[in-house]
Design a protein around this ligand. Structure first.
Ligand code: SF4
Length: 198
């Protein structure tokens, strides 16, 4: 749906809204935002969510543009067009203003209060994320596995670095026996550790 669709929607809201205050929001990958879009979204105080999957190397793993290159730098560039709108600043301030329950929560480092829009949509308490209970159940269930995954990922990184440091090549890899200690210092056998990866 292009800009004309949204202009028309806002026109209908003005015409039929009978003076009510109507909030608009949209989620986008940000690629197509240009000056016209930015002006429109700022003028009508749209709350805009930009889909950015963390740092560049993670985002670009999955989010590719049509030319096959990662989209992170383009999205960040486009997002700058939206900064400093009143609505965006208000949203950012809300994100930082965590309720006491969150500040004392054991899952704060994973969750940080969740997405602010899920606080705004809580009909009972707008300071609290209405998905809080399900987050806690999920983190309780997944924490152990997530830590194991993180450990495994760190080991893979260490192994990749050790490969680079000793200019590891395919011939050298063959010299590591399946039952030898893994060179990534995991204290496991090569076959049970990085040998499964390479
Ligand atoms: S799990 Fe609930 S209390 Fe904990 S940080 Fe997230 S929203 Fe806040």
């Amino acid at each position: 749906m292009g800009l004309p669709f949204f202009e028309k929607a806002v026109g209908f809201q003005k015409r039929y809204g009978r003076g009510h205050s109507i909030g608009n929001g949209l989620q986008t990958n940000g690629i197509l935002i240009d000056e016209h879009w930015a002006k429109f979204l700022n003028t009508y105080n749209f709350l805009v969510g930009i889909s950015l999957d963390g740092p560049e190397h993670i985002h670009d793993h999955y989010r590719l543009r049509q030319n096959g290159q990662g989209s992170w730098s383009r999205v960040v560039d486009r997002a700058k067009l939206l900064l400093n709108s009143k609505q965006q600043n208000k949203f950012g301030q809300m994100k930082a203003a965590l309720p006491r329950d969150c500040k004392e929560c054991q899952w704060l480092h994973y969750c940080w209060g969740g997405c602010t829009k899920d606080r705004l949509n809580n009909p009972h308490d707008k300071s609290m994320n209405y998905l809080c209970l399900s987050y806690k159940i999920f983190f309780n269930h997944a924490d152990d596995q997530m830590r194991k995954m993180a450990e495994k990922w760190k080991r893979q990184q260490n192994f990749a670095i050790s490969h680079q440091q000793m200019e590891f090549n395919h011939e050298a890899a063959k010299k590591i026996g399946r039952n030898d200690p893994c060179p990534c210092s995991s204290s496991q056998k090569y076959k049970k550790c990085c040998g499964k990866i390479s």
